[in-house]
Design a protein around this ligand. Sequence first.
Ligand code: BJ8
Length: 422
Amino acid sequence: ASPHREMWEKLNLDIEAHDGLLEVLGKFYGDIYLSQEGRLGGMEYLDFVLSEVHGLRIREIQDARAAGKKVIGSFCVFVPEELTLAANAIQVGLCAGADAGKEEAEKLVPRNTCALIKSFIGFKLARICPYTESCDLIIGETTCDGKKKAYEAFGELVPMHVMEVPQQKNACDRTLWKSEILRYKDRLEALTGNTITAENLKKGIRIINDRRRALQRLNALRAAVPAPISGRDVLLINQVSFYDDPIRFTESIGKLCDQLEERIQKKEGIVPESTPRLMLSGCPMAVPNWKLPYIVEGSGAVVVGEESCIGTRNTRDLVDESGQTVEEMIDAICDRYMKIDCACFTPNTERLENIADMAKELKADGVIHYALMFCQPYAHEAFKVEKALREADIPMLSIETDYSMEDAEQLKTRVEAFVEMV
Ligand code: BJ8
């Protein structure tokens, strides 16, 4: 039996269902990750973190809670982690990337809801996510209609706070967003009993910016030909960034980047130089959703970038660090988050420019647009992205799928045809 069993029981997990999840996850991980050849030593850290994702990291979080820290869960990159850290709390990303408890979830939300939403509700109902069970407060946000309405049902199961994210980027929208950041700050202070001061907010901004800088460095290194690291591995790194300790994570990614630089200098790659280079763009791929990169990289291509919230949308922009007072820093946080080019905004033209720029910088031969089935915002934008990329002479393949493996063969056929063409 696992040494963590007692802890899981205390968290009221369904032990049998949870054992089942870990078994599937372990097998998946072996097939998709450990089978790769030529991986860097730095990835061992990620392998370790993932193998202990429900073990040691949860233990750390429980120890921190026992010492009085609060844990905040979130489903969206709009929740400002800088403030969470400034209140001496821990933030973890909760969106779930596997089908679990789907039938139960469909009793609370309509069937034609995207897999990501059904998954976080299913994980809660099935009692298999130790992160969800460790949260003192979960933050929702009014982004897409699916999430916004699902939080009403979810809020009956967990303690929730919903932030209102504007849908446009006018001055009045910024005013609204700033007031929402201040409301979150009040809620955090009330929950933790800690006051957010200029000193601890500055530190929080620094820690999160450093993590973004490490991931920016990693992404920039992927412009090298041949590609120095697989897309699967970078997706995993981005996924881990949502629940690992941010300082430890940043250090580990720094070391991995040093190794990548050595590899690039020697002109070595994870794949041969002639391998077609593809970029993914669209909906977030929450852990353990590794389906599409696995299919793409099994079809003779390599993924060189992810334009997604579990990718560059979360790391591209930094918070300006020159602010000295809490007010100045809140303004800087507000401005930084208003730059997020989520498809829930209208219009959202900057995303089109960002995708084309990124594809050029990474020397991508093509882009695969990824929308989860029933995701209106990204399915709509797929048309615009295709047009913008056509104008930039970059081919695009549009995919709509969910978490099941039923369409894997069909997807593989389409991806292979696209790889042949680029
Ligand atoms: S900032 S992308 S993390 S909202 S896939 S649940 S949009 S129906 S996730 Fe997102 Fe924040 Fe935007 Fe990023 Fe709805 Fe679509 Fe489902 Fe989605």
